[in-house]
Ligand binder design. Structure first.
Ligand SMILES: *Cc1c(COP(=O)(O)O)cnc(C)c1O
Length: 397
């Protein structure tokens, strides 16, 4: 039994704010500031360069990677941390393409996060005119997997609608057709139960600053199935992915297993933040988390639909088809979200018309959800969103 009052108490949540945006940037867990301060003052401050050995900085990507691995069903030694998710997408995709040399097509869907598609497109341009990225609607992916596809590149949970792919099923089909798969778990890790081993994925990547609460710019993760890890060749062959970085050889030799997916110097302060943030997962049962997430989402949907006739559900109605977010559509979505934020309920807006709400049971309660729905209903009933300051677009939406 997971004690969600206890997990909530482990977060330093802003007073008076209901935070429904943990799917975009997780809030601050309580132990993080002390751990980062320690890394700065005692490790960097006192040890300076000897911290790489004495404070174990060099092993941090692997050690923290193992902790993330436990949340996604990856065995120890198969996950490493570093860089941003866009870079990890590129790395996984490049290696997967190299492992399917007779094919040239990457298949993805139009619900994928644009950065994943941009990285795929950029990689195709680098590889040459034969390579191409093909995108189809999310519901058409399964039918589009044929024996021309080299790599299937998908994000399990759609960042806009929360729609969830059937990962195991699509992997089975891809493998049957001779394709490899790269799964982006940005909206899955820490949000829903994930089992990269059971689903038999080839590569998986994701970020740590959303549901894993590592803070802005926290490092991404990458996983390679053990059966491929010694074969996968890194396209971004940086010195810390070398078999012996401190031999300073002129020739590149990939490191052991997932170690080869390291690129350059790891972000130690951000890794320290993530390491401390992961403490909140101790004792959390992912099935209990999923059940509570669905209960929170269902109650929010019911209340919003009952009180806000102008909002249309953009997420799948069947909870089993959603990740851990709920989205609604409204032509004035941007202004409505700004009005909500002004009243202490934080969600976000995704163009062109999506109001997006993340459900994170570690720190959200049924009372929060009730209050958020009531605030939204009041804003809609009074047109409180229709004020000039709520229409002015900020740089980040
Ligand atoms: C959040 C997110 C990203 C962001 O990538 P960064 O390089 O970390 O900025 C990429 N892809 C998906 C699917 C995401 O949800």
């Amino acid at each position: 039994m997971t004690d969600f009052a206890a997990t909530r108490a482990r977060f330093d949540l802003p007073e008076g704010m209901i935070y429904l945006d943990g799917n975009s940037l997780g809030p601050l867990p309580k132990g993080v500031a002390a751990r980062v301060t320690q890394a700065i003052t005692e490790e960097w401050g006192r040890m300076v360069i000897t911290g790489w050995n004495r404070a174990g900085w060099m092993d941090l990507p692997a050690r923290v990677g193992d902790r993330v691995g436990r949340l996604i069903g990856a065995p120890p030694g198969t996950v490493t941390m570093g860089d941003t998710l866009s870079i990890k997408v590129y790395q996984a995709l490049a290696s997967a393409l190299e492992l399917t040399p007779e094919r040239r097509v990457i298949l993805s869907d139009t619900g994928n996060f644009p950065s994943d598609l941009y990285m795929a497109d950029g990689l195709c341009r680098t590889l040459g005119p034969d390579y191409r990225l093909k995108t189809v609607a999310p519901e058409d992916v399964e039918a589009a997997i044929d024996d021309t596809i080299a790599v299937l590149l998908l994000t399990e949970v759609d960042y806009r609608t929360g729609r969830k792919h059937d990962m195991a099923r699509l992997i089975a089909k891809a493998h049957q057709k001779g394709a490899l798969v790269v799964w982006d778990l940005a909206h899955s890790a820490g949000a829903i139960p994930v089992d990269v081993t059971g689903a038999n994925t080839d590569f998986a990547v994701g970020c740590s600053y959303k549901y894993l609460n590592s803070g802005p710019g926290g490092p991404a993760f990458i996983y390679i199935a053990p059966r491929l890890a010694e074969e996968a060749r890194p396209a971004l062959s940086g010195w810390l992915g070398h078999e012996a970085p401190f031999a300073f050889d002129l020739d590149y030799r990939p490191g052991r297993g997932i170690e080869r997916m390291r690129v350059g110097t790891p972000p130690i302060l951000q890794l320290a933040a993530l390491d401390a943030a992961l403490d909140v997962w101790e004792g959390v049962d992912m099935q209990a988390l999923r059940a509570r997430s669905i209960a929170l989402q269902e109650s929010f949907i019911a209340k919003v639909e009952a009180s806000c006739p102008g909002l249309t559900l953009a997420s799948p109605r069947d909870a089993s088809q959603r990740g851990s977010q709920v989205s609604f559509r409204h032509p004035q979505g941007y202004a409505i979200i700004q009005a909500l934020i002004a009243q202490g309920v934080v969600g976000d807006f995704r163009a062109p018309d999506i109001l997006r709400f993340g459900f994170t049971p570690l720190y959200l309660t049924p009372e929060d959800v009730e209050q958020a729905a009531q605030t939204l209903a009041r804003i809609m009933a009074t047109d409180a969103w229709n004020r000039p300051e709520f229409h002015a677009r900020a740089k980040v939406t």
